[in-house]
Design a protein around this ligand. Structure first.
Ligand code: HEM
Length: 164
């Protein structure tokens, strides 16, 4: 084969290989960069610690979280957020319907949790775009988390409230 054609084909192949590698690696980076914006799993642990502090300071959510379950809930939230952010974790908790069915959560309480979460993410410097990516995955969960239709937000018995 003509030496010039051979050289040209080699260069062409190099261009294709480089283009493919850069395309493939940009895809991988896009997948994990949001997770990295949260500081990876250690960052999520710090964010959930602050989320829990905010939830207990806020009178709209205090009674749900100010109890012995808070460490377990934090650990489950870390796993769940890590999985949602493709951080290589597997969420081992219950599904959202099963774990919230007895709580009669309303929209105002749900929004209060989202606000507390945003404050915690701000504090830890998570960029808005990455915050929004995660919040967009949480928003549709409201339909599984909200209390039974027609039931008042605080229709649980005092015994159930105590077990929260
Ligand atoms: C997108 C929003 C939410 C997410 C992703 C979320 C996630 C979780 C997770 C992963 C658990 C542990 C599940 C398990 O038991 O295995 C849990 C439990 C719990 N969540 Fe949520 N949650 C959300 C909203 C809320 C809201 C708005 C409230 C109340 C204001 C709330 C109150 C609770 C309580 C009290 C528990 C413990 C339930 C029990 O074991 O009795 N959650 N949540």
């Amino acid at each position: 084969m003509n030496i010039y054609i051979e050289k040209f084909l080699t260069q062409l192949r190099t261009v294709f290989v480089l283009a493919f590698v850069s395309f493939a690696s940009s895809g991988v980076q896009a997948d994990t960069s949001t997770f990295e914006d949260f500081g990876g799993k250690p960052g999520l642990v710090r964010i959930m610690d602050d989320l829990m502090i905010n939830l207990i300071e806020d009178p709209r959510t205090r009674d749900f979280f100010n109890n012995e379950k808070q460490d377990f809930i934090k650990a489950m939230l870390v796993e769940q957020m890590c999985e949602l952010l493709d951080g290589g974790c597997t969420y081992t908790g219950r599904d959202m319907k099963a774990s919230h069915a007895h709580l009669s959560i309303n929209r105002a309480e749900f929004n209060a949790l989202v606000e507390s979460f945003q404050l915690a993410m701000d504090k830890h410097g998570v960029p808005f775009a990455s915050q929004n990516k995660l919040l967009a995955k949480l928003a549709p969960m409201y339909r599984d988390i909200e209390g039974p239709a027609g039931q008042g937000p605080k229709a649980t018995s005092s015994a159930e409230s105590m077990s929260r």
